[in-house]
Unconditional design. Structure first.
Length: 154
């Protein structure tokens, strides 16, 4: 009985799980990025052209204190990275690159807020799975970069 359950679980495709991880992580980083820029009245979309929200540079200067970068540069990189990489991750376009970039963002967040290590460890583990396994067959990566016969294997 246990072997049958184990075999069934091993045969389950990983792509739906990878899609769920991509959606969850993309929303987490998208919302974080939105806190750093001016948004529309709904709060879910950036104003165009994008600009940093009032007070964000001061927060980067006084609270975040990212090493080796000026607060202006750190704020722009942080907001841009979280927003752009989360969209790429959501659609699974350059999924490994997006996950690696968000892993760097996670490492910087861990540097700033070391007390939240268990939450950051969870994010890092999910991002590492996406880096190692890729975005899965339910992604634009799979559609664009793999030959047709390999697209729906996982």
């Amino acid at each position: 009985m246990l072997f049958a359950v184990r075999s069934a679980l091993n045969a389950f495709p990983l792509s739906p799980v990878l899609l769920m991880l991509r959606i969850a992580l993309a929303m987490l980083f998208w919302r974080s990025g939105l806190t750093k820029i001016a948004t529309t009245a709904s709060g879910m979309l950036p104003e165009l052209p994008p600009r940093l929200a009032a007070g964000v540079v001061e927060i980067f200067a006084n609270e975040y204190r990212v090493p080796l970068l000026s607060p202006d540069i750190a704020a722009m990189l942080g907001a841009g990275g979280e927003l752009i990489l989360s969209v790429l991750l959501l659609f699974g376009l350059f999924g490994r690159f997006a996950a690696a970039g968000l892993l760097v963002v996670t490492a910087v967040i861990q540097w700033v807020y070391p007390g939240n290590w268990s939450e950051h460890l969870l994010w890092a583990g999910c991002l590492l799975l996406l880096i190692i396994r890729g975005a899965g067959s339910l992604s634009l990566d799979r559609l664009f970069w793999e030959p047709p016969q390999a697209r729906f294997r996982r």
